[in-house]
Design a protein around this ligand. Structure first.
Ligand code: NAD
Length: 265
């Protein structure tokens, strides 16, 4: 099937918000899709903003992490440096507005590339958040899958400098994020695919839409006939395919959704 580029509409911000409200009100099933841009106002830096602290503390690729004990130590050191930078992060206006759309509106679920757990903290239940890149608020054993809490790992790591191993089986313990080069989580990918195929409105917010395979979902939504709306402060590679592009800060844009009680139950 050939997908034609949409007659792209970049509205002025207010016009875009009004259009989105209209489409939300008419939607039977909306999917929210988020990237790091929904969390920057909460104090969690994204990758692409100049001088991002992630560049000094880049997550190591999966093969590097697996290849040596030294790399694992360095990976845990960087993780705790970054955790300290945003440990007090709380959901922002955009998270809260999206939670309202899930709990009282047409949003069936949120597919997120984020690893910060802020959608759940905003009141969205675990089963309505599909985490494509895992979750950085805990760790798992790569051998037996046992969950490990960061609060248990950190004191030992700081005292010994050694990367944690599983308390049950001695396997390698890794933050529960999906690293570059690591297999995508099968269940989350299938769920995200089903949600995308069933929606009539796909709302991509705060993502540069360059990280694949995650960035394939907006195009899949478009292919199956859903409306595609992109909200971001800068242009994305998929803007030409969107039915509506709203440029601006997510807090400012979604503030008007929070105060608006018209989102249908
Ligand atoms: P990205 O960093 O590539 O893109 C974020 C986009 O959001 C950028 O285009 C930026 O201009 C925009 N943006 C930032 N703040 C904004 C704001 N207040 N309002 C509107 N737009 C804003 O992030 P990505 O697309 O999610 O992909 C990168 C990868 O980084 C993902 O795989 C994700 O797992 C990981 N990541 C996650 C977090 C997090 O969990 N919060 C943080 C950094 C990176």
């Amino acid at each position: 099937m050939v997908i034609h580029k949409a007659t792209r509409r970049i509205h002025d911000k207010n016009g875009g918000i009004e259009q989105l409200k209209e489409w939300l009100a008419a939607s039977q099933s909306t999917v929210g899709f988020t990237g790091a841009g929904v969390s920057t106002e909460s104090g969690v830096p994204d990758f692409r903003t100049p001088n991002s602290p992630w560049m000094k503390n880049k997550p190591l690729p999966f093969d590097v992490f697996m290849n040596s004990a030294e790399a694992r130590q360095e990976s845990w050191r960087r993780k705790f440096v970054m955790d300290d930078l945003y440990s007090g992060a709380r959901p922002g206006v955009c998270h809260m507005a999206m939670a309202e759309m899930v709990n009282c509106g047409p949003m069936s679920a949120i597919i997120t590339q984020n690893i910060d757990g802020l959608h759940q903290m905003s009141g969205v239940s675990d089963d309505k958040v599909v985490e494509l890149h895992g979750n950085g608020t805990y760790a798992t054993c790569l051998a037996c899958g046992l969950r490990h809490e960061l609060a248990d790992i950190r004191p030992t790591f700081e005292a010994t400098g050694k990367a944690p191993v599983c308390v049950e089986c001695g396997g390698i313990v890794k933050s529960a994020i999906i690293s570059f080069g690591q297999a995508m989580p099968e269940e989350a990918m299938l769920l995200a695919q089903d949600l995308t195929l069933e929606c009539d409105l796909f709302l991509a917010i705060g993502s540069s839409l360059v990280v694949f395979p995650a960035a394939g979902f907006p195009m899949l939504a478009k292919e199956q006939g859903a409306r595609l709306v992109i909200v971001n402060r800068e242009a994305t590679d998929l803007d030409d395919w969107a039915d509506l592009v709203i440029r601006g800060e997510v807090g400012e844009i979604f503030g008007s959704f929070l105060s608006d009680a018209k989102i249908p139950a």
